[in-house]
Design a binder for this molecule. Structure first.
Ligand SMILES: Cc1cc2nc3c(=O)[nH]c(=O)nc-3n(C[C@H](O)[C@H](O)[C@H](O)COP(=O)(O)O)c2cc1C
Length: 200
C-alpha cells in the first residue's frame, strides 16, 4: 500500500491538522507495516500558483516548451505522479477564512489536468484517479460542521469526485479556538473519529 500524505497548514509543529493526518497515517501503518509513505508538506514547500505563465507552459505542446516552461510543468507532473502512485491519500486541512488554504488550492490546481486525471466523454466528465481511499482531517477554530458556512466539505467532495476520488472520509476537530478544554475535547473526539474511519 502506498500512502500519500498532504499537509496544508502554514504551521509546522503546532499544526493540529498535520498532527491528525500523522495519526491517520500511523493507524494505517499499524494495520499494514509494509505501507510506503510519501509526505508532501505544502506549508513547508508551497507549490506555485497557477498564473498566466504556468497556464502558457501547460498549454504549449511539450516539444515546443522553453526550458523554463518545461521546468514549470515538471513541478505539476511530480504532484500528479505522486497521487497516481498512491493507494491512499491522507490530507490535513485547516479552515482558513471559510475555505481551504491557498496552498491546498494550488495543489488541487496542479493535479487536476485534462486528459490525465480527468477527461470529458460523450457522457460527461470522467475522473481518472480511481480506486483510491481518501482521508481528510479538518481543523477549525470555530464550529461549522454540517452548516452552510462549511464550504470546505462540499468543495472537496466535488473536486475530488470530479477526479475520480469518490471514497472520501472526513474527520473533524472543531472549536479549537474556543478555550483549552474545548481544544482538548476536539482533539480527543477527532482521534475517536480517526479510529472509526480507519476501521471502516
Ligand atoms: C489565517 C487563518 C484563518 C482562519 N480562518 C478560520 C475560519 O474561517 N474559521 C475557523 O473556524 N477557523 C479559522 N482559523 C483557525 C484555524 O482553522 C485553526 O487554528 C486550525 O487549527 C488551523 O489548523 P492547523 O492547526 O493545522 O494550523 C483560521 C486560522 C488562520 C491562521
Amino acid at each position: 500500500m502506498n500512502v500519500l500524505q498532504i499537509n496544508s497548514s502554514a504551521r509546522r509543529e503546532a499544526s493540529h491538522s498535520t498532527r491528525l493526518a500523522n495519526r491517520i497515517v500511523q493507524r494505517l501503518r499499524d494495520a499494514d507495516p509494509d505501507a510506503t509513505l510519501t509526505v508532501r508538506d505544502l506549508g513547508l514547500k508551497p507549490h506555485p500558483v497557477l498564473d498566466e505563465s504556468a497556464l502558457g507552459a501547460l498549454f504549449t505542446p511539450a516539444s515546443q516548451r522553453t526550458a523554463e516552461q518545461s521546468a514549470r510543468v515538471a513541478l505539476d507532473d511530480a504532484l500528479i505522479a505522486e497521487i497516481q502512485a498512491a493507494d491512499v491519500v491522507v490530507l490535513g486541512v485547516p479552515m482558513y477564512n471559510f475555505g481551504v488554504p491557498a496552498a491546498l488550492k494550488n495543489w488541487i490546481d496542479a493535479i487536476a489536468r485534462a486528459g490525465v486525471t480527468f477527461r470529458y466523454t460523450e457522457k460527461g466528465p470522467e475522473g481518472l484517479l480511481k480506486g483510491k481511499k481518501v482521508y481528510v482531517a479538518l481543523t477549525r477554530g470555530g464550529k461549522y460542521r454540517n452548516t452552510p458556512s462549511d464550504t470546505q466539505v462540499p468543495y472537496l467532495k466535488t473536486v475530488f469526485g470530479f477526479l475520480g476520488l469518490t471514497d472520501v472520509s472526513f474527520v473533524y476537530a472543531e472549536g479549537l479556538a474556543m478555550g483549552a478544554d474545548a481544544e482538548e475535547l476536539a482533539i480527543s473526539l477527532a482521534y475517536e473519529e480517526i479510529e472509526a474511519a480507519v476501521a471502516a
